[in-house]
Design a binder for this molecule. Sequence first.
Ligand code: FRU
Length: 495
Amino acid sequence: MISRELQRAREYEAEYGAAIHPEQRPVFHLSPRCGWMNDPNGFGIYQGKYHMFYQYYPYASHWDSMHWGHAVSSDLLHWEYLPCALAPDTDPDREGCFSGSAFPLPDGRHLLMYTGVSREQQPGGQFREIQAQNIAVGDGTDYQKYEGNPVLTAADLPEGGSRFDFRDPKIFPLSDGRLCCTIGNRPADDSGQILLYLSEDGFRWKYWKVLAANRNRFGRMWECPDFFPLDGKWVLLTSPQDMLPQGFEYHNGNGTLCLTGSFDEAEGNFTEETDQAIDYGIDFYAPQTVLTPDGRRVMIGWLQNWDACAIRRPESVWAGQMSLPRELSLRNGRLYQQPLRELASLRRDEKEFHDIPVSGQVRLPGIQGRAVEMEIRVRPADPAAVFHKFAVRFAEDGQFHTAFSFRPHEGILKADRKFSGSRRAIVHQRRCLVEHRDGALTIRLILDRFSAECFVGEGEQVMSMALYTDTAADGISFFADGDAVMDLKFARLGD
Ligand code: FRU
């Protein structure tokens, strides 16, 4: 049975999604079928395909009553839209179907676990939204909400846990076959914690313990946890709200956090070892990962920051996009990210340049475009006179450009969209400390019309940002203050 709310969303997106010309969208990054997208949800494999659901408001390009949009892919680069999967159409999710995850059941059905938001009258008479966990089960296209919803409520919280901030269940299997799920929650100290719940069947869940407590170290509430084994350790990814800056590692507002450590599966104890940001750019949030059939841990995040949403004009027909899928690895306690290797299948017009002197501004023949990949190896022309600054500028026309710039004397790589055409007073620049060898640095830059993602070195850092410069601005140039030399591998990315 399809509810009136879901039917309406499906009819609306079929009509308005089709009216968006493919050239108005990214080439290989997933964007909403129409309207608004935030977090990736239910990212996983089901019946031989990757499924990606997303926080979705089809009717406008701003956040509102949350639905789950849906798309499938065979390679994580070409996506096909499926009909809207969930609408807020039952009492436990009347105010929204918030983030969650998916898991294929042994009987072949696809289980979705998500946060349902509903209104609750408070002792003073006013209403507040409360959050509880819900289940829907389906066949990969149509999902039925479980009659036993909600399956986890305030009654399942540890003492002091807030029912107003209890969200984003992410299911993962334990090695003994039981299902476990991580959920973000706000404890009495007003910061964040990640809770663990256990289930035998995916429907009946029991509180287990606190996996990790923020204790006001990294922002406050922790959203959208994902917890998985990687290269002999365990990794907890989460997205803290209300962060305070810490050096060049963490910044004000919504951020991302990667904790690594060891996990005792029998006891549910996570012993933290290291912490770092996941992405050092402006726009990356709420990532989820999948384990590919060949054993790669691949992560996709929302390529947007809550505090910077105003970069998108209100009249846009879509808003929000997903990041590039990134392959994760751990080396010496550090998270490394590399663009999904299948990206190579999109390379066209490959070109290579070697030992190009850059002093002042330089353009190279055939180097332009808004959906491109560039591997840039820069170094000083004279090791005794290291240049002051090197920059690659893109989405460039006579008026606008966006850039990554590198200042070796300060060890800083800067993402800069100040001149991208934005007319809003939001963050447009972000700096990141990078390791280089006396001015020698390699970056791999991936542009896809409305985004730029810069992988530093071997992937030890990534800086991502959205940009909405008119796509006719497709110039690319290189710049050095001082004398630099660079090698460039270039490809256009597309079909
Ligand atoms: C994170 C988030 C989640 C929540 C969802 C609502 O971006 O705030 O915690 O489930 O967005 O759309």
